[in-house]
Design a protein around this ligand. Structure first.
Ligand code: IMP
Length: 483
């Protein structure tokens, strides 16, 4: 690790890394960069809806959904109580990781009280999305809402339940089956599904999993308290992002857990004083998939989401992409570009497609009021600004600098309720970018004047230091700006 970064992190034994937009900020890459300074790696929220791509020290690619990405660096991995667990996926991920890493895996722990996925959760999710009609959340289909929701309703099966005898599991599942029965009956009679797994089948599947997962199940909160006592250095890996936090995001267009920084305490059982600092990862141009308000969005959501699927060849063929990008860039730089042109340019340039679902991500302008809100809730010590290279060669771009509601400018960090967020009028300013390509740059001195000026202006508007600046997908493509 870079010496300067190591010195900065030295003082912060327990570090929380979270996303500040609507996910896909590149948290995996940032976690990867700082991981070598930590002993343990912890997930505290979300579930298989997350998708982090990281690399082993020898450069092998590992995609993790459930297991913390510190696995790639052989760190002890803890899946805290706030994480939602599909045990079959967990076992598959273990298997895949063993193949990629080609070595014995480090210790990996599951919490005995994490909500446990069953096929009923996914059926319920499909039902709930259908009930919402045009206002559907647009979930990743991993059963996340029902996993959190049934837990809050005090009806959830838990990971540790797989160690119970089958008769006890059936007794535990029966009230849930009864509660869901009218919905399941309706699903069958409307032809939406042919078969609902019986309570016997669900219990059998749980019992079958038990010999393979038994060794991983523990009370992770106790384990973590000991680690803190032993002065271990722990990295807490956020999943999703503030905009998708169920309390502080754009409800109900959110995921269902605590993806804000405070989720690290809620999802691990560690007291709040343990967390020394938060590093919030934000995307230079934020993106969103699924439904919900996105004030700085460049184009229409559904169009942007289907663009990637309908123009797959643009993403796959480098020559085609190069011609497309140069035509769009010319339009942007001559002031002729529409929102659609902008969105398409940045979508193709950044390969903005979901890792878990393959959906296209809708792109937005840099949004200072949103970031001020995210800073207010997450309280980061620093920011990591990813994909800064996307602005290379662009002459200038609108930046959202204020939100107006009913003609009144909102205060710094103020956010209207989500049902009014779609009505805010965004105030924009044209910010100069730079001509030089900064792709892959790793030192601040080699950033062109225009890029440095942009960073300073942004830092001043946000009032939080930008510690890391991403300039490309490679691990080395990161500028460390010092303190
Ligand atoms: P769920 O988490 O599958 O319930 O989906 C709820 C919302 O969060 C949907 O809009 C998803 O597209 C979004 N979402 C969930 N996980 C991610 C992620 O890792 N990146 C981006 N969006 C996500």
């Amino acid at each position: 690790m870079n010496k300067e970064l190591e010195e900065i992190l030295e003082q912060y034994r327990n570090l929380v890394v979270v996303g500040g937009n609507w996910g896909d900020e590149g948290k995996g890459k940032v976690i990867d960069l700082v991981m070598s300074r930590y002993d343990q790696t912890v997930r505290f929220s979300g579930g298989a809806n997350a998708g982090h791509t990281v690399y082993t020290p020898s450069g092998k690619k590992l995609v993790s959904h459930l297991i913390p990405c510190g696995l790639a660096q052989g760190k002890e991995c803890i899946m805290g109580r706030g994480e939602l667990v599909d045990l079959s996926l967990f076992l598959k991920e273990l298997d895949d990781s063993k193949k990629v890493l080609g070595t014995e895996l480090p210790n990996i722990w599951l919490d005995e009280m994490s909500p446990l996925w069953t096929p009923w959760h996914s059926l319920l999710e499909a039902w709930l999305e259908k009930a919402k009609g045009a206002d559907k959340v647009g979930t990743t289909g991993k059963g996340i809402g029902p996993l959190e929701g049934l837990y809050k309703l005090r009806m959830s099966p838990l990971v540790g339940h797989v160690l119970l005898p089958k008769e006890k599991i059936i007794v535990m599942l029966e009230p849930l089956r009864l509660a869901l029965l009218p919905i399941f009956n309706e699903m069958v009679s409307s032809g939406a599904v042919a078969h609902i797994p019986t309570v016997e089948e669900v219990a059998d599947a749980m019992v079958d999993l038990s010999p393979n997962v038994k060794q991983y199940i523990t009370d992770t909160s106790f384990l973590l308290s000991k680690a803190v006592e032993d002065k271990k250095r722990i990295l807490f890996e956020g999943a999703q992002a503030l905009g998708l936090d169920s309390y502080w995001g754009t409800y109900p267009f959110v995921s269902s857990g605590n993806s804000a920084a405070f989720g690290a305490a809620a999802g691990t059982g560690l007291p709040m004083g343990v967390f020394d600092a938060t590093l919030m990862v934000v995307k230079t141009l934020p993106t969103r998939v699924g439904g919900g308000p996105f004030p700085s969005e460049m184009w229409e959501r559904m169009e942007a989401m289907s663009f990637a699927k309908e123009h797959g060849q643009l993403f796959a063929d480098k020559n085609l992409a190069a011609a497309f990008l140069s035509e769009k860039l010319e339009k942007i730089n001559s002031g002729q570009a529409s929102g659609a042109d902008m969105s398409q340019y940045f979508q193709v340039l950044g390969d903005e497609r979901g890792a878990t679902t393959g959906r296209g991500r809708s792109v937005g302008y840099l949004d200072i009021p949103w970031l001020q809100y995210a800073i207010r809730i997450n309280g980061p010590k620093w920011l990591a600004l990813t994909r800064f290279d996307m602005l290379s060669k662009v002459r200038s771009l609108p930046v959202v600098v204020g939100y107006k509601l009913d003609g009144n400018l909102l205060g710094k960090g103020q956010l209207p309720p989500p049902w009014k967020l779609g009505d805010v009028e965004v105030v924009t300013e044209e910010w100069e970018c730079w001509e030089e390509d900064i792709f892959g740059t790793s030192s601040e001195e080699s950033l062109p004047h225009g890029a440095r000026k942009f960073l300073l202006k942004l830092e001043k508007s946000l009032g939080v230091p930008i510690l890391l600046v991403g300039t490309g997908p490679a691990r080395e493509a990161m500028v460390i700006r010092g303190s």
